[in-house]
Design a protein around this ligand. Sequence first.
Ligand SMILES: [Zn+2]
Length: 136
Amino acid sequence: MSKNASDFQTGDQVVYTPGHANGDTGHPDAEVGFVTSTNAVTVFVDYNRQGRGKPTSPGDLTLLRRGGDAPLNKGQYNGTCYRSACDRHPAPWYNHSTGHYYCTTCAFDINQANHADAMRLFGHELCTRGEHVEVS
Ligand SMILES: [Zn+2]
């Protein structure tokens, strides 16, 4: 459960969750960044892509993607956006056509582009916010 600085590597994409978010990586105050370096106890994370790492306690970080690997939880609820060119996080919007989850920005684009068809086919927007539970 408790995480160590050695659990993280330079280049990892991580999300920082402040204490009051209780580990919810979809919390509005959660911040996505990239690990620039680590030492024995601290992970340095670049949150604004300016190349400078901010010291962060490893216990407040969740790994999104190991450097160079495919994003973790791509297309899953509150994982990484399913759109291939997008690596935003979280992805709380369910696309009723692809069956995967998208970030807010992409979901808005998709809804705008498919509004008329979606209303005809589903009676609602193509992407709806929240976890979709299959009713069988
Ligand atoms: Zn996206």
